[in-house]
Design a protein around this ligand. Sequence first.
Ligand code: GZL
Length: 307
Amino acid sequence: GSGGGSGDKASGGGDKQLTVGFSQVGAESGWRTANTKSVQDAAKKAGINLKFSDAQQKQENQIKAIRSFIQQKVDVIAFSPVVESGWDTVLKEAKDAKIPVVLTDRAVDSKDESLYATFLGSDFVEEGKKAGDWLVKEYQGKTEPVNIVELQGTTGSAPANDRKSGFGDVIKGDAKFKVVASQTGDFTRAKGKEVMQAFLKSQPKIDVLYAHNDDMALGAIQAIEEAGKTPGKDIKIISVDGVKDAFTAMAASKINVVVECNPLLGDQLMELIKKVKKGETVERRIKTVEGVFTMDQAAAALPNRQY
Ligand code: GZL
């Protein structure tokens, strides 16, 4: 036999089926759809009974879902918080109910580290820096002003805050870069298109679009083309996520660079949940591995994209 240590016996019910309550942000983007599929498939594979709720991007719906999971006495609660703040009260209720919480994808700004066991997800500041680094390289040696418009993610969300700050930190080193307009497109295609239309009307000269996700970039591409301009050329586009549709657009030279943000967290999440339930110590912060893809790499990478 495995001759396992006391740990195996200490877990008591051995492989009693775990019930996990998962509160998902919504279904706002291709990234989110892929993330939901990854979590649901992984739960099935891990033999975990998953109670899944879609909050339609509303914090109050996530809080309701977490309260319902507490009522149902689930074994573990996992969620991706739509915004960073306003979670302490409901997370204290989960703690009082002795239900461990695992954060995935987005972070909360709670100072009390006892409110969740671990946070699995990307480093969004790093993603913003990668976007800024590409731009600095792209305009190396140039001196004329570079006018940038920015489509921010959901207001108050960790990816929107951090992708903005990571990018801003890199470009502030060179005065030619100017963010002439920056507004939320709420991570959706529709809103991304709408806000880009407004930018095109209000800005005399736009050189670059920095979109915090592919869905907003794809919506913006429609607006740019309807305005008779060539995306990827008249207006260079930097996007984040790396969904298939973005690679297709990049292979058609409409997006210049995509900073990857990996939604396929399901398997890692389920392993973490099992460890947390068994009371094993896990790292507080587990970062996703992800790269950057430029236009010349798009066609070759497209067939291998999994989401
Ligand atoms: C990032 C995730 C963001 C994606 C968007 O981890 O929270 O939310 O970048 C999604 O596409 O809507």
